[in-house]
Design a protein around this ligand. Sequence first.
Ligand SMILES: Cc1ncc(COP(=O)(O)O)c(C=O)c1O
Length: 345
Amino acid sequence: MTNVHDNILGLIGNTPLVKLNKVTKEIPATVYAKLESYNPGHSTKDRIAIHIIEAAERKGLLKPGSTVVETTSGNTGFSIAMVCIIKGYKCILAVSDKTKQEKIAYLKALGATVYICPANVAADDPKSYYEVAKRVAAETPNSIYINQYFNELNIDAHYQTTGPEIWKQTEGKITHLIACTGTGGTLSGSAKFLKEQNPNIKVIGVDASGSILKSFHETGEIHKEDIHPYQIEGMGKNLIPGALLFDEIDEFVRVNDEMSAYRTREIALKEAIMGGYTTGAVTQGLLQYANSHPFSKDDVVVAIFPDHGSRYITKVYSDTWMAEQGFINNGVHNYNEIYKTELIK
Ligand SMILES: Cc1ncc(COP(=O)(O)O)c(C=O)c1O
């Protein structure tokens, strides 16, 4: 029997690469998207959820009925909830109030208990989702705290899976790896593996406008003046994650909410790939990088598309939401040309 699994967790990893043919056509290189939405939990976070939980099992920290606690913008929570169902654990998640209702509904549909915490408070504020998750884990007997921002196993999950997959899929021809950084685990682990195979591979991190990761990479200092609220979920930070290996990254580019939203919708319309908001962000980051770093036709770029667009229907894929942000008809981009909805009268 082929492609038959004992349970849903058997489908984690081995995600496809798909060539981008239109959105990045001004770049002479071959650009592949690694579609992490093909994981059963529809995001790259399935990889870390199973890796960290199984490591805790091996250490004897989890037994049936134990609790797994985490802070998450949604995707990690979904993946942890999925793993917990199959393995018989309780799942408690602290999320930011920036998280859309449908993402919270997804988490609850998978049986998770969800605490909603204010997004725009300092990371060390007792109300922040980091502090709430820490407190719940400390107060719950037989629990583990995944702590994806500071857990080396987050990096290791991608070192063991995502990196080797990309190397094999491109037959070692990859020249550039680009990904959005939230915890930094995806890019750090994949980059570490790939640079061990070929130290010449260029690694590009994509940071959000409003986050401190890019300026920290460049100066080694935290620039608090860079911090401001932004809409993209899952990337950028107001703290320095331990799961981000800055030395593995050659350069950061910073993208804004508007261009990332535009690019997300363009990818759906032109490539028929319906990705999440950071799918647009990473592609926008690549196009910005290409402005100052010319590519050759022999270059092979892999861009990681972290999750599926179904979680953003009322956000980037909503004309109403786009208009509320001032992203439609703003005089810079003629969005209506592209996103026009025909009303049948
Ligand atoms: C939608 C989305 N994109 C990108 C990322 C960034 O991945 P990483 O945390 O591995 O840096 C995340 C992480 O939460 C995410 O949820």
